[in-house]
Design a protein around this ligand. Structure first.
Ligand code: 5RP
Length: 226
């Protein structure tokens, strides 16, 4: 099963760079599907494609560097033409949950200034309703207890993300709290509700961002566009 998933990620990841053109500013997402796109971009760049790239995580920047791709600072650009990113869940309205790998804040900033957001996913990511995948919420360390209490008051089952025995730290030095919601009735409302809580920096609901979803399914790719 896992090798099928991996093959589907690879198919979707290698398809997305077909939409890049000379002169574009390109956003590179994070996660385990994006590296397939980065690999393909590196091939295209070595064949003459000229693009400017910005990254959404230290991990992505490191991989790009390894592939001999130059990453520009986010403040050196005004807009992004195309961003290629993964997703944890995508519903039929192209709304998604992201942040499973902890990069949701930079990913949302980059998505918000991108003219076109392309998501690359294996077929297991398509869901009827969002919420089975835990919803990542990035929270500042100061006053974490008050945020957790607020989640509890609202009936959200929460869990601080831990890696190797320590609280997971994002590239911005914040914590991630995963909300186990089961299903999300109104993603638009929840997105606003979460971001209103003092201490919450951003949440992993991406509503109204994706313009195209490339799904790897079996040996094919399926493309849905807005
Ligand atoms: C990282 C993300 C990723 O895009 C998301 O978790 C999908 O990752 P993968 O491609 O490994 O399934 O949001 O914060």
């Amino acid at each position: 099963m896992d090798s099928i998933k991996e093959a589907e990620k690879k198919l979707a990841g290698r398809k997305a760079p077909e939409f890049l053109k000379n002169g574009m500013v390109v956003g590179l997402g994070s996660g385990s599907t994006v590296p397939y796109a980065i690999e393909r971009i590196a091939e295209l760049v070595s064949q003459g494609l000229q693009i400017t790239m910005v990254s959404t995580s230290n991990k992505t920047s490191a991989l790009a560097k390894k592939c001999k791709l130059e990453i520009s600072g986010i403040d050196s650009i005004d807009r992004i033409d195309v961003t290629i990113d993964g997703a944890d869940e995508v519903d039929p309205n192209m709304r998604g949950i992201k942040g499973g790998k902890g990069a949701l804040l930079f990913e949302k900033i980059v998505a918000s200034i991108s003219d076109k957001n392309i998501w690359i996913v294996d077929s297991s990511k398509l869901v009827e309703k969002l919420g089975k995948f835990p919803l990542s919420v990035e929270v500042v360390p100061f006053g974490l207890k008050t945020v957790l209490a607020e989640f509890q008051r609202r009936g959200f089952k929460s869990e601080i993300r831990v890696r190797e025995g320590e609280k997971y730290l994002t590239d911005s030095g914040n914590y991630i709290v995963d909300l186990h919601l089961g299903s999300i009735e109104n993603p638009e409302e929840l997105d606003v509700e979460l971001n209103m809580i003092p201490g919450v920096v951003e949440n992993g609901l991406f509503v109204g961002y994706a313009d195209m979803v490339i799904v790897g399914r079996g040996k094919e790719t399926e493309i849905t566009s807005r």
